[in-house]
Design a protein around this ligand. Sequence first.
Ligand code: A8S
Length: 167
Amino acid sequence: MLSLIQNHNQCGSCVVQVIDAPLQLVWSIIKRFDKPQIYKKFIKNCTMLCGNGEIGSIREVQVVSGLPARVSIERLDQLDDETHTISFSMIGGDHALKNYHSTITLHESEDDGKTILVEAYVVDVLNGNTKEDTCLFVETIIKCNHKSLAWITEKSASSSSDDSFYG
Ligand code: A8S
């Protein structure tokens, strides 16, 4: 299982989600670096600042109101159609997640055709915060994103035999 290297002032972990939908369908959604709002419900909209979804592209995401942040600037670090891996880093914004890196990898479950999503993340623990609180905050958001992704893809998989969200 993948993990990201942590410094002493950082925390991180892995979050796993089993999705009852084909891997290609799940991948067709999470590979769209320019459209995170499809399944990330805290994101209102996304503007590309650089590139068009290829490695090195930079996006600016606007967060829905009521959260302790408005924008985040994020760079696509890795996108691999063979291993179904996507990684991004937060490189700016008005939020408290400094040096945040996330890597999502999809795996096909051999026996039942389900998709296993593994998301590993690492982030700085800011002065005055604990590792536990920082991880809890991040994982609450990540788990919401995973549930939403599962809901969308499972609904789509059960209503059509087509394996791509975009047709
Ligand atoms: C992701 C993961 C996270 C996003 C966080 C953790 C964020 O978009 C939200 C609130 C914040 O305070 C930070 O994969 C930030 O998007 C919902 C704006 C970055």
